[in-house]
Design a binder for this molecule. Sequence first.
Ligand code: ZN
Ligand code: ZN
Length: 346
Amino acid sequence: MKAAVFHGPGGSWPQKPISIEDVPVPVPADGEVLVKVAACGLCRTDLEYLKVEGATPKPPPIILGHEPVGTVAETGREVNRLTAGQRVLIATAIPCLACDLCRAGQENLCPDMVLVGANRDGAFAEYVTAPAAGVIPLPDSLPLEESAIITDAVATSYHAVYNRARVKRGDTVAIYGASGGLGLICVQMTAAIGARVIAIGRKQWKLEKALEYGASEIISTGEVDSVDRAVKRITRGGADISIDVSGSARMIESACRATRAGGRIIVVGFSFEKIQLSVNRLMWRELNVLGSKNYRLSDMPAIIGLVENGVVQPHKIVSHRFKLAEINEAYQMLDRGEMLRGIVIP
Ligand SMILES: [Zn+2]
Ligand SMILES: [Zn+2]
């Protein structure tokens, strides 16, 4: 089969770190499923893998791609509830479902997580295997290819908005990095709950999308002296909740200044940067700075429900489609912020 194989950054970004190669079709082990990939989403997390030496949990060579959708091609032994031809999503992070954290309902923090496209080969290929526990039937009512973004962008946003931020009607919510796919999905979900949404981002055309998807106000980071002062002005003193999907230390620090006393700051974006936060501010203003990682598999019915109900519309978020051979160019476009969310069709 054709696969996009990453051989390590080696200082080569933004050259061509990924090559298209012929590799054997993987064989599903006991309890695993072989899926014929229909599409796989491009994610900013991969940019960290592409740029930072040693960032992938499985050392290169590795096939990236952790946002797949497709059809079941073959099932390994001990897989009963899935059949060949069935349309399925594959979870980004597949928990063991046996450890203490999994049994406590925090399976997104499982230490034995299987990460398709990070600690084993992923879905920028014609076929991919995954443990059956993370293979989720996709309702016929949803489009096949665009639904790729459900298991990362949509589900990760769900965990941040519903479980960590616990947004409720009437809250004022500032969303940093609202000019990417994840940020725009957070805008859609938060607005649907009945919160007042302030979308903060770099690119004006994407912020216009945020307005279309339910934001009340937008702040373009290039057009204000201070983002936190702009948020405070709009909210008369500070947002109830700030959600950062950018992973930028500068933005998270800004969010900590722009959130009201007793408010919550949710960190969803991923990077290796360090943030500075004064002990005084944290203690005196009782700030709640919370991380938000992946999502719980047990939330998947509710997540798919939000897409079925039209609260989140993947076809509006997927702005670009690429062939496997175009993957290097696709990542460069993602790095330059030129897409909402892109998918690769192998
Ligand atoms: Zn991702
Ligand atoms: Zn576990």
